[in-house]
Ligand binder design. Sequence first.
Ligand code: GTP
Ligand code: MG
Length: 259
Amino acid sequence: MCGICGCGSPHPHPEPQKHRFVLNRNLDAGHDHEHSAARLLKIEQDLLGKNNAYAEQNRTYFERRHIFVLNLVSSPGSGKTTLLVETIKALKDRIPIAVIEGDQQTEHDAERIRAAGVPAVQINTGRACHLDAQGIGHAVEKLGLRSHSLLAIENVGNLVCPSSFDLGEAHKVVVLSVTEGDDKPLKYPDMFHAADLMLINKTDLLPYVDFDVERCIGFARQVNPDIGVIRLSAAKGENFSVWLDWLSSGMAGMKAKRL
Ligand SMILES: Nc1nc2c(ncn2[C@@H]2O[C@H](COP(=O)(O)OP(=O)(O)OP(=O)(O)O)[C@@H](O)[C@H]2O)c(=O)[nH]1
Ligand SMILES: [Mg+2]
């Protein structure tokens, strides 16, 4: 069982067997809860500490090359890949774009991205529930990124574990579709706290679902007063230009960065 999110899976960190062994022992040791809790905490700290070190290496690499990196996080099916495909169609003739896709299984999303005309690497995480910074480093080696480019990372679909793992991105962008319910920011506060931008997607479906946009934004700002918000429909194009403007200004900021 994972010590970070309790998802039932060992995380793909450098010592997975050790991780599993210690946790199983803890489950058996009912007589010593405090000791077990302290050991669990230590494992979590070690795991996140290692991840953070890899994330800093990634960030340095990206910033030196002025690569604008986004980590897209959400529940399954909120529209991340659709958003990326439409973004690629709109921008690929103007800026170099590459994508890292994270899913437990299948190459489906990477195939959709390649069909849109840009390079993509698929990472299959198996039983694990999020991407980690070391895996991103390996994927970047395969992609051979260009300077002054956009790198989009589509994380594994869930609103819990990916919030804890820095990948070296400039921003986490959380995508919430109107079919999921407007209370998600309060129910999964870590994710909305970690994100710099919330995209409220599938606004074309608002007439058919019980989703109060203002209430949702209010909840998101309760957990993160600084979070930006864009409402859009990736599939139908409503308000898509606002998202493209946000991207352009992020790219310009990265270009202007003096290191
Ligand atoms: N009506 C509507 N449907 C959308 C919109 N965006 C995406 N969809 C649909 O939502 C479904 C899921 O979209 P994906 O782009 O695969 O979602 P995802 O977040 O990448 O899914 P996972 O990778 O499985 O987590 C597909 O059937 C899309 O066509 C939208 O703006 N409006
Ligand atoms: Mg997807």
